[in-house]
Design a protein around this ligand. Structure first.
Ligand SMILES: Cc1cc2nc3c(=O)[nH]c(=O)nc-3n(C[C@H](O)[C@H](O)[C@H](O)COP(=O)(O)OP(=O)(O)OC[C@H]3O[C@@H](n4cnc5c(N)ncnc54)[C@H](O)[C@@H]3O)c2cc1C
Length: 394
């Protein structure tokens, strides 16, 4: 049987290896428009490749159907799959990495291993179209035509265009009648209405709460990095995805609580004591110069040399509720995952097209996105596994 896979990204490469592991006789060709496989894979986890996560939470994925696909191929099975192909992983807390902590070493190994197992890598070929002809899938690329028994679309989505991210295949699918949710940048920094220039490159450890149209929608403890016109850091990346998943809203507020371990009253009492000791420089004993200045400008307290009790109360309240109004995301260039893609209800449980027999769609091309922490690579793998048995059926 001839299987064609479009996309030499995580989902395409993992699927090729799974197919060969299950049945070495299957003829697997994997096509990409890039010159080299796994360009995005190399950038994952800051080059360390966060492959998976031991704990799936409620909003780790955009919907229950996606979570379920991953649960069905839980980490124990994924780890087993890796061992079967000679790869050792390690856990750091809940996060799973290759033992080498190197995306490049893992990618080089996977590609070499796939080639040794006769997976054919076809590079620099852009998919133009495909059609069903007498039960086969005729695939036309910029250079030639292929004929496959099964065709798996693992083309990814719009994020990281500099790494091959593109929606050109999603447009082809839309024309063929697939329902495609418009792609939006997820896991990326956000621009805010407020001026953050004076705290550019400063970091704070805090609670981040997302309030969409007055409703608390998401909360995470983490580190926030200030950009010249917005906010970044993992908690903000996750927040950006939750915002992208909520397509229609009037106003989104990102609230930072710089003292999550204290109530406002406790903080007020502590500030009162510190104020007596520090005399005229209360903020400088707590924050960096830049953050102290930001607080001074934005807390709404006029006199920041000598504080009255009511000013200290106001300051405590401000430090626990520093609000930023969401303006826009930083866009696909800075985004790690796309929110949107082909709707799962266009496919069977095995991720085969309901309208085009022998055509499958896996990975980020689907309307499936995970938060930071290995969830997207885990879905890339799990979605391929979901389709495996059906692809292998003669
Ligand atoms: C900087 C960065 C860091 C990340 N870190 C992590 C992490 O640590 N953990 C994690 O879980 N996730 C991470 N992600 C997300 C993860 O990399 C993606 O979700 C995952 O790679 C998606 O795999 P995929 O195979 O579905 O798509 P992709 O990896 O995007 O692969 C799709 C492939 O299809 C090819 N293609 C597209 N259109 C065509 C066409 N018309 N013709 C031919 N070929 C085509 C593309 O060139 C590409 O090679 C990160 C993403 C980025 C950008």
């Amino acid at each position: 049987m001839k299987v064609g896979i479009l996309g030499q990204g995580a989902s395409g490469i993992f699927l090729a290896l799974m197919l060969k592991f299950e049945n070495e006789k299957v003829d697997v060709t994997i096509i990409d428009k890039n010159a080299n496989p796994g360009r995005k894979f190399l950038a994952t986890g800051n080059g360390r490749c966060n492959l998976g996560n031991l704990e799936i939470k409620d909003n780790s994925y955009n919907c229950e159907a996606v979570s379920q696909i991953v649960r069905d191929f839980d980490w124990t099975k994924q780890e087993e799959f890796f061992k079967n192909i000679g790869v050792l992983t390690r856990n750091i807390g809940n996060l799973v990495y290759p033992f080498s902590l190197s995306a490049k070493s893992l990618l080089d190994y996977l590609v070499d291993f796939a080639k040794q197992n006769k997976v054919k890598f076809v590079s620099n070929e852009n998919l133009l179209d495909y059609e069903l002809v007498n039960g086969k899938v005729k695939v036309t690329t910029s250079k030639k035509t292929f004929s496959f028994d099964k065709f798996v679309i693992a083309c990814g989505n719009a994020s990281g265009p500099q790494l091959g991210g593109s929606t050109s295949v999603l447009s082809i699918l839309e024309k063929k009648g697939y329902k495609v949710v418009e792609s939006r940048p997820g896991l990326c920094p956000v621009r805010v209405e407020e001026n953050t220039k004076i705290v550019e490159n400063q970091r704070v450890k805090c609670d981040v709460t997302l309030i969409i149209d007055k409703k608390e929608t998401y909360k995470e403890t983490g580190e926030v990095l200030f950009k010249k016109d917005g906010l970044s850091g993992i908690a903000i990346f996750n927040t950006s995805s939750i915002i992208a998943r909520s397509s229609k809203f009037k106003k989104a507020i990102i609230r930072l609580d710089l003292f999550p371990d204290k109530t406002t009253d406790e903080l007020y009492r502590e500030l009162t004591l510190l104020n007596v000791i520090s005399q005229k420089s209360l903020l400088s004993g707590i924050f960096t110069k830049e953050i102290a200045e930001f607080v001074r400008r934005n807390s709404g307290i006029k006199n920041l040399n000598t504080y009255t009790a009511s000013e200290l109360k106001k300051l405590a309240l401000y430090l626990k509720n520093i609000d930023f109004t969401y303006k826009e995301s930083y866009g696909f260039n800075d985004s790690q995952v796309s929110v949107g893609g082909v709707k799962l209800d266009c496919l069977t449980e095995s991720l085969e097209s309901k309208t085009e027999k022998n055509v499958f769609i896996i990975g980020e091309a689907l309307n499936a996105d995970g938060l930071c922490g290995g969830f997207n690579l885990m879905f890339a793998m799990a979605s391929g596994h979901k389709a495996l048995d059906e692809i292998l059926k003669e």
